[in-house]
Design a protein around this ligand. Structure first.
Ligand SMILES: NC(=O)C1=CN([C@@H]2O[C@H](COP(=O)(O)OP(=O)(O)OC[C@H]3O[C@@H](n4cnc5c(N)ncnc54)[C@H](O)[C@@H]3O)[C@@H](O)[C@H]2O)C=CC1
Ligand SMILES: O=C(O)[C@@H]1CCC=N1
Length: 286
């Protein structure tokens, strides 16, 4: 097995076993950067979900208090993968269990490093990350900020974990919410656009399979054009837009709906919502 050295010896415990935790676990196992017997996944109550994860990926799971505690205490890396609304209770319970030398990797939207440390009651090393679900196929885009307590070795471990499942941008923490608005939530905007394109195709007489295949390849091809040519999207768009042609006619319709402003407003609202979710957890601390 081609295990990446900086993660080989690490025991990783996912505190929260939902869709984002699964996306990362699937990517780590698929890319062979962590072996399933070094990964534990915990959730609040669904035994059915844990059975699925253990059957599908071979990871260790627990939802009984005693075994949860033992996985959390025995891990070298604890990944926070619960919803922001559940973070207050989960972190308050985690604080007293923490051991010297454990690294906390948070994926929780909006939750700041200082709020995490306040909830834990200890200045533990924190890597605050914002991945996206495409990590499950090694095509994720993850933003990471580190607290000052994080050592060089822990930094390298975090980077190798997320570089194994996509690209990584290390950013100042104050940029985490705007990054969330673009790459954390972004796949959903693209899927929404694809839903609309498929529906229009079917409406126009294509079979659902044809509409889906044509739409998927169009999005894939457009993304690859950006990476392979290095061109700006405005240039690539101009190359398609013949004067007075059908693309121009379509773009005029999008502009009537103020497409550019609308997408930017959506990104900014996601950014604002991330701040709000983090502030709600912080308020509950007072
Ligand atoms: N879904 C996405 O595309 C992305 C999600 N995130 C972040 O990842 C986090 C998880 O999101 P999802 O996986 O979508 O949510 P989800 O609802 O699918 O999973 C949340 C998990 O946390 C568990 N949980 C809640 N409270 C717990 C507790 N006290 N103890 C143990 N487990 C507990 C639940 O049982 C569940 O397994 C969120 O904070 C979200 O902001 C970040 C990037 C992208
Ligand atoms: O919707 C959410 O809050 C999370 C954060 C980024 C993607 N999903």
């Amino acid at each position: 097995m081609n295990l990446n050295h900086s993660l080989t010896a690490s025991k990783i415990c996912f505190y929260g076993a939902g869709s984002m935790a699964e996306a990362i676990v699937r990517g780590l196992i698929h890319k062979q950067v962590a072996s399933p017997d070094h990964i534990a996944m915990l959730n609040r109550s669904s035994q059915e979900r844990l059975v699925y994860l253990s059957d599908r990926y071979g990871v260790m799971t627990a939802n009984h208090e005693e075994s949860k505690r033992s996985y959390l205490q025995g891990a070298s890396i604890i990944v926070l993968a619960m919803k922001p609304k559940d973070a207050g209770e989960a972190l308050t319970q985690l604080g007293p269990l923490l051991q010297e030398g454990q690294l906390i990797i948070s994926m929780v939207a909006g939750l700041s490093i200082s709020t995490i440390q306040a909830l834990l009651g200890v200045k533990a090393p924190i890597a605050r990350t914002m991945p996206n679900t495409s990590c499950s196929i090694g095509q994720g885009a993850t933003g990471i900020s580190f607290s000052e307590e994080v050592t060089e070795a822990e930094r390298a471990q975090t980077l190798s974990m997320f570089e194994a499942v996509g690209t990584v941008s290390v950013i100042p923490e104050e940029q985490m919410e705007i990054l969330t608005g673009i790459s954390g939530c972004g796949p959903a905007y693209i899927y929404y656009m694809m839903e609309a394109m498929i529906a229009a195709g079917v409406d126009g007489g294509l079979t659902p399979e044809q509409a889906r295949d044509l739409t998927v390849q169009t999005v894939l091809g457009a993304a690859c054009m950006m990476t392979e040519t290095g061109e700006e999207p405005s240039k690539l768009r101009a190359d398609i837009t013949s004067p007075n042609g059908s693309t121009q006619a379509a773009l005029e319709v999008l502009n009537q709906g103020r497409f550019l402003e609308l997408v930017q407003a959506a990104v900014h609202r996601a950014t604002e919502r991330s701040h709000e979710m983090g502030n709600d957890v912080k308020e509950a601390l007072k």
